[in-house]
Ligand binder design. Structure first.
Ligand code: OFO
Length: 175
């Protein structure tokens, strides 16, 4: 059994992961509209990953005999100034999520909740990897430039990342 304070905080995290899923879905639709197939696929996959992160907390709450609440999701933006600006928003959102996870970790210490602390370790690793990935993408975009001539090359880079992610998922499934 975990404390009500912890249950409330985890439900807030559900809402944040749910928003991330919708934000990335909206970004994927914008990329599609702009003809950026590689970016579209990447953002769609990120959206699905965020939904999985949300559901993981649902399942944890249910395992601990707590009540998971399906969140109200605010409308995400639909238009983005440029690919670079869009990825800057992604990176900022990931940093926000990392800060929220860190707050949850602090709460675990306050509440002496070792079970939730253990559960959240997966998120700590995931956020480190996601921030590194987004930073890497932003560095590439800054190097290539995101003017009209460069979009083709950015999209090709995103296709390469999609293939790498697919390969590492297949390897993880086989292991
Ligand atoms: Fe949910 O992993 Fe990023 O936000």
């Amino acid at each position: 059994m975990i404390s009500q304070k912890m249950i409330d905080a985890l439900n807030q995290q559900i809402a944040l992961e749910g928003y991330a899923s919708y934000l990335y879905l909206s970004m994927s639709a914008w990329c599609d509209k702009e003809g950026l197939e590689g970016c579209k696929k990447f953002m769609r996959r990120q959206s699905e990953e965020e939904r999985a992160h949300m559901l993981r907390i649902f399942d944890y709450l249910s395992e601990t005999d707590s009540h998971a609440l399906a969140p109200a999701i605010a409308q995400p933006p639909h238009e983005f100034e440029s690919v670079q600006k869009m990825f800057e928003q992604v990176y900022a959102h990931e940093q926000k999520v990392t800060a929220a996870i860190n707050k949850l970790i602090s709460l675990c210490y306050e509440e002496h909740d070792h079970t939730t602390l253990n559960f959240l370790q997966w998120y700590v690793t995931e956020q480190r990897e996601e921030e590194a990935l987004m930073r890497n993408i932003l560095d590439k975009i800054r190097l290539i430039g995101d003017g009209p001539q460069s979009l083709y090359y950015i999209d090709k880079e995103m296709e390469k990342i999609n293939v790498q992610q697919l390969q590492s998922e297949t390897q993880a499934e086989k292991a």
